[in-house]
Design a protein around this ligand. Structure first.
Ligand SMILES: [Fe+2]
Ligand SMILES: [Fe+2]
Length: 356
């Protein structure tokens, strides 16, 4: 079906629908007639950067921009979309800002690097945002950022989440450029995200859940290797009716007792990707634990948002709308919007072009 262009109208929220036109490749000599359609970036950017826009709408605008920013090969909208995402970085919302950094890292486009380095290098910036910027530089495989990442990894006074993220990002970039990578056989994943670490390579036989859980929980092992076990377990948890899914989810949930807050928040992030009902008890326990780090509780709230069509989940989330932690409160707002989307069976949590 050909894509149709609809002028964005954010006043219709929550039934937000934008169908951007398709864009030609940058190196096209002439612009096809459909390019005369309205530019989809400007209204998305306007919605994203405005503090007056409801947070959930900003998130939906962000994921639409991410779609344009991640196009390969790039289109005429790719760079403007990257710049639009970066333009919202001065926002006072740590939740939004860290999501902007995450999305920039998912673009696969090195044009995002300078924006991410600025966030990471700013010691006054929120640690969760700096963590996400470091992880994004790793996701982009940016060799030129290795010096910065190694420096922060080794800096004693640096926030632990930043140091640990830099350690993983260094591991990822080194792996990305290694000869070893080419010889590794990786199981095809159901997930299109660029992860902080690839899943563990397959040997002659598939790793058992017990082996993966052992590596996941072994704190004497480098974090990069432990993350590789985490993503291997994630891939064994999907699709949800796979025979390994429930045991793999339970193995992942055991990671919530790890001493590293970064590690625990990544478990919650993975559960958000999986949307497996078996993860609900551990996510609710994490969100309910007021002694848990807000970064971990925020991720648990958003993961529950992706399970919003499961009975009772929305009510649980609503109970945290007035949480003392701003990042948790805001995550609940976004999570409830995601839950709404899950219930309505919308195809993507964003405003995307129709399938061609
Ligand atoms: Fe994160
Ligand atoms: Fe997060």
């Amino acid at each position: 079906m050909a894509p149709t262009a609809i002028t964005p109208d954010f006043s219709t929220y929550p039934d937000l629908k934008i169908v951007p036109p398709s864009a030609p490749d940058q190196d096209s000599d002439s612009l096809p007639s459909e390019f005369e359609e309205p530019n989809p970036i400007a209204p998305l950017r306007a919605a994203l950067v405005s503090e007056a826009t409801p947070l959930a709408v900003r998130f939906r605008a962000l994921f639409s921009l991410k779609h344009h920013a991640s196009k390969h090969p790039p289109t005429l909208y790719t760079l403007p979309a990257i710049h639009a995402i970066a333009a919202a970085l001065p926002s006072p919302s740590a939740l939004l800002k860290h999501e902007l950094a995450y999305c920039l890292g998912q673009t696969g486009n090195l044009a995002a690097v300078p924006f991410l380095r600025t966030v990471l290098e700013d010691r006054l910036e929120d640690a969760m945002c700096r963590h996400e910027a470091a992880e994004a530089l790793g996701a982009l495989g940016d060799w030129e950022s290795l010096g910065l990442l190694r420096g922060l990894r080794d800096e004693a006074g640096e926030a632990e989440v930043v140091r640990e993220t830099c350690e993983i990002a260094v591991g990822r970039i080194e792996w990305d450029h290694s000869a070893k990578k080419k010889s590794e056989r990786l199981r095809t994943s159901d997930f299109t995200s660029i992860d902080p670490a690839p899943p563990l390579a397959q040997g002659t036989s598939q790793h058992t859940i017990e082996e993966l859980q052992r590596q996941l929980l072994d704190t004497s092992f480098p974090l990069f290797g432990r993350y590789r076990a985490m993503f291997a377990l994630r891939d064994l948890s999907s699709p949800p009716d796979l025979s390994t899914a429930v045991p793999a989810v339970k193995a992942l949930a055991s990671g919530f007792s790890d001493p590293s807050a970064l590690f625990r928040h990544e478990i919650a992030f993975v559960f958000g990707q999986l949307s497996h009902p078996a993860s609900i008890p551990s996510l609710v326990a994490t969100l309910s634990n007021s002694k848990e780090e807000s970064m971990v509780r925020h991720e648990a709230a958003e993961a529950l948002g992706s399970l919003g069509d499961e009975e009772g989940v929305e009510d649980i989330l609503r109970g945290f709308l007035n949480d003392p932690e701003q990042v948790v409160r805001e995550s609940v707002v976004v999570a409830l919007d995601m839950a709404e989307f899950e219930k309505n069976g919308e195809r993507e949590y964003a405003v995307l072009p129709e399938e061609l």
